[in-house]
Write a protein that binds this ligand. Structure first.
Ligand code: WQD
Length: 331
C-alpha cells in the first residue's frame, strides 16, 4: 500500500515525503512542478537513499490524476498541492478557486471511487480569520481576507460533507500556522518565486544581500512590542505532524492545529535570527499590511492529546536552518 502525496516536491510536501520514507512508507508523489523543481527528487534521494515514485500530473485534472488510482493500491492521500500566494489570489481569484477547489474535489471523488479511506488535507490557520487567541479547533470560523484563504475554508467544508456522506471516507484537516525553517541537510527548503511575501524568506534574502532591508508591517498592534505575533513552526516538526496524523487517523472528520502554541513577534524573530546567525538585519517600520491580524497562535492541546504529537524544534533552530538553506542556495 502506498501513500499518495500531492505537491510532494513543494516546500512542506518534500519535508513530509522525507519523514515518510525514513519511516518506511511507500510514497508516490503527484506534482505538476508549478511551484517546485524536479531536482527536489534528487535531494530527497540524497537525504533518504530512496527515490520516491513521481508523476508529473495536475491533480485538478481528473484525466491526469485518476490513472494513478487505477495503477496503484493507495492507502492514504496527503493533499498538499495548491496555489498559496495570498496577494496573487486577490488578483487572480478564479485561478485560485479553480485549481485549489477542483484539486480537492477530484481527489476526494477518486478516493471514494477507489476506496481510499484516509484523506489528510493541508489547511491553514487563516481559516480562523481575526479570532480569539489561542486559536482552538472548535472556534467558529470567520471569513478570511482573500481567495486563497477561502479555498482552504471551502475545501474543509467539501471534505467534511464528503465524509458525512461516505462512512468509509475519513478526513483529517490540518491547520498549519507559520511554517519556516528547512531540512538540517540544507538540501530542501522554501524557494519563493519572485519577491517573497512571507517574513522568513524575505528576511533570509536580506541576510544574503539580495534585498537591502526588511519592512516591518506595523508597530502599533496590541502585542508585546507592537509588531505582529505569529506561531512559527519548523517545517520538519510540521512534516512529523503529518505522519502522526496518518498513524492516528480517526473515523469521520478530525481537525488539528499544527503549531507550537507559542507566539513570537516580528521583532523577536529578527532578533533571534540576528543572534543565532551573527548577522545584522536592517529593517524599517512601515504601515500595517492590509488583511493582517495582530496575533495568531495555536492551542495545540488537541493534537497532543489525540495524536501524541508536539513540536521539538525552537525558534533558534528555525532561524539557523532557514539561513543555512538560503546560504547554500545558488541564485
Ligand atoms: C508574518 C508576520 C506580517 C513580511 C500568510 C498567509 C497564510 C499563509 C502564510 C500560506 C506578520 C509580518 C511579513 C514582511 C513583515 N499561508 N511581515 N514584513 O501573514 O501570518 O500568513 O502566510 O501559504 O495564509 O496569510 O505570514 O510570513 O506573511 O507574516 O513585517 O516583509 O510578519 O505582518 O505579522 P502570515 P507572513
Amino acid at each position: 500500500m502506498s501513500i499518495l502525496v500531492t505537491g510532494g516536491t513543494g516546500y512542506i510536501g518534500s519535508h513530509t515525503v522525507v519523514v515518510l520514507l525514513e519511516a518506511g512508507y511507500d510514497v508516490i508523489i503527484a506534482d505538476n512542478l508549478y511551484n517546485s523543481k524536479l531536482d527536489v527528487l534528487d535531494k530527497i534521494e540524497t537525504i533518504t537513499g530512496i527515490r520516491p515514485m513521481f508523476y508529473n500530473v495536475d491533480v485538478s485534472k481528473r484525466s491526469e490524476i485518476e490513472p494513478l488510482f487505477k495503477m496503484h493500491s493507495i492507502e492514504a492521500i496527503l493533499h498538499f498541492a495548491g496555489y498559496k500566494a495570498v496577494g496573487e489570489s486577490v488578483a487572480l481569484p478564479l485561478m485560485y478557486y479553480r485549481n485549489n477547489l477542483l484539486g480537492t474535489i477530484e481527489l476526494a471523488d477518486c478516493a471514494v471511487k477507489y476506496n481510499v479511506s484516509k484523506f489528510i488535507f493541508s489547511s491553514s490557520a487563516t481559516v480562523y480569520g481575526d479570532n480569539i487567541v489561542p486559536l482552538h479547533e472548535d472556534l467558529p470560523l470567520l471569513p478570511t481576507t482573500n481567495p486563497y484563504g477561502e479555498t482552504k475554508a471551502i475545501s474543509e467544508r467539501i471534505l467534511t460533507d464528503v465524509a458525512k456522506a461516505n462512512s468509509d471516507f475519513n478526513v483529517t484537516l490540518l491547520r498549519y500556522f507559520n511554517p519556516i525553517g528547512a531540512h538540517a541537510s540544507g538540501l530542501i527548503g522554501e524557494i519563493p518565486v519572485g519577491t517573497p511575501n512571507n517574513l522568513m524568506p524575505y528576511l533570509t534574502q536580506v541576510a544574503k544581500g539580495k534585498r537591502t532591508h526588511l519592512s516591518v508591517f506595523g508597530d502599533n498592534y496590541p502585542t508585546v512590542d507592537g509588531t505582529g505575533v505569529r506561531d512559527y513552526i519548523h517545517v520538519v516538526d510540521l512534516a512529523i505532524g503529518h505522519m502522526a496524523a496518518l498513524k492516528g487517523m480517526h473515523d469521520g472528520v478530525n481537525v488539528y492545529n499544527l503549531g507550537t502554541g507559542k507566539g513570537s513577534s516580528v521583532l523577536e524573530l529578527i532578533q533571534t535570527f540576528e543572534r543565532v546567525n551573527s548577522i545584522k538585519i536592517p529593517y524599517q517600520i512601515v504601515d500595517r499590511r492590509q488583511g493582517d491580524v495582530a496575533a495568531s497562535y495555536a492551542d495545540v492541546s488537541k493534537a497532543y492529546n489525540d495524536l501524541n504529537w508536539k513540536t521539538e524544534k525552537s525558534l533558534e533552530d528555525m532561524c539557523r536552518d532557514s539561513w543555512f538553506f538560503e546560504k547554500n542556495l545558488k541564485d
